[in-house]
Design a protein around this ligand. Sequence first.
Ligand code: FAD
Ligand code: NAD
Length: 475
Amino acid sequence: MSRKFDVIVIGGGPAGYVAAIRAAQQGLATACIDAWLNRDGRPAFGGTCLNAGCIPSKALLESSELYHRARVEFANHGIGVGHLELDLGQMQSRKAKIARQLSGGIEGLFKANQVTGFFGYGHLLPDNKVRFTPHDGAAELLEAEHVVLASGSTPVELPMVPFDSDRVVDSWGALDFATVPERLGVIGAGVIGLELGSVWARLGAKVTILEALDEFLPMADAQIARDAQRQFKQQGLDIRLGAKVQDAEVSQAGVRLKYEDTQGGHELAVDKVVVAVGRRPFTQELLDPLAGVDINERGFVEVDDECRTTALNVWAIGDCVRGPMLAHKGSEEGVMVADLIAGKTAEVNYDVIPSIIYTAPEIAWVGQTEQQLKEAGARYKVGTFNFAASGRAQAMDQGAGLVKVIADAESDQILGVHICGPLAGELIGEAVVAMEFQASTEDLQRTIHGHPTLTEAVHEAALSADRRAIHAINR
Ligand code: FAD
Ligand code: NAD
């Protein structure tokens, strides 16, 4: 006898647990199976995001930023702190406590919404049957009308620099260092490389980032990427572009990375290396070959725009399917799929998914970049506003960076908003709402923004698109 549900979700990360809660809210009998085990052997819902990704990284970014500001910026405010001490153990405990609390929160939400949570592995068999194997105990057969796959992703490993959980680590390892490495090498100047590189640089490590591409942050608007690169350089982050790692020698003394760029061969001696060259979908042990779910050549579960797989009533969401590997993208897919299963209409607007890099300055954007529009031959206009002219940014001692608004030259509809500066990740929310409602720059121009706030910079950038900025010279 197998236990029956309307919906079984395999994977309890931000894609899976959100899908499960939404399905239960729609009145569907729902189960969510999650295999995550923390380093202490404790199972926890929340997936990569909560246990080894978004949340722990943001906790350390916050702590390290406070430390850095106390060390470098407080004096400018007239605050002396005497001898500043770093208690990394406390910083790490605080981080772990936040993740524990939030994961416990998901269990609470499951109970409140009557989602049945299972800790262990889910394996999809033909005909929507799922074999559930708990971490300790015998396997059980479950079945459901609908199965949602949300198995997430895992770090890409470089064959010439394999992970060894000590000197050469992935992002999870880099969140858990017990001491600040004196010299840290980071391979990959993407989102993780920049965020975790910033954490350890602020805490005192000499950080060198090796990036294979010649261009810095090619997915961002080029003007914003240039501005961010300049600011990182000023902070002492050593970012080496066009650096192709060839080999790594690991010894008691550390790691010698050999890499090549246009100047020739180089060596970099470091104490630890973080490999952050992307993530790949994780579907190991997830599917019986007869379940009828196609995996494409890049390892992603094949889905249509509504996240339907090639098997009837089997859906897939989050990092294990195409699209940006972002928690909020997976969550929105979870909501959509649960609504579709419940017979409602639903869609995800993939054109307005915000991207945020939580460095200082933060980098955030939504919509199209200027280079994409140029390539497409679109007619567009651009408005920019520098935080240097924002009273609030100056009061915060964070006057570097800018807001850039791009709009259609004729219709005035906003096509992209790009920000490099203080709290860019919060500011981008206004742009996301505006673009979801297909707003024009005039809509933003006519919206009253509180004073003095950072949002005024978004307002002024929208005004500047029509050469109407008040606090900047319109050229
Ligand atoms: P996951 O979060 O990976 O969850 C998948 C879950 O499924 C896991 O618990 C896994 O154990 C489980 N699972 C897999 N197979 C099975 C199985 N067969 N049976 C049962 N369970 C299974 N994104 C952002 O949007 N903002 C950020 O700030 C951000 N910061 C990040 C920082 C770092 C260091 C990293 C590594 C990632 C970050 N991300 C961030 C990306 C984000 O974590 C992922 O996009 C997100 O977690 C994907 O959600 P998911 O539910 O698809 O997969
Ligand atoms: P990424 O794709 O953002 O960056 C990887 C970088 O490594 C790229 O710049 C790439 O050119 C470079 N690279 C690839 N191979 C290389 C090599 N052999 N040598 C040197 N450089 C090489 O990937 P990531 O930083 O690992 O992050 C993984 C995923 O996690 C991303 O999809 C990201 O969206 C997500 N994430 C998001 C956030 C956030 O939203 N704030 C934070 C962390 C991670």
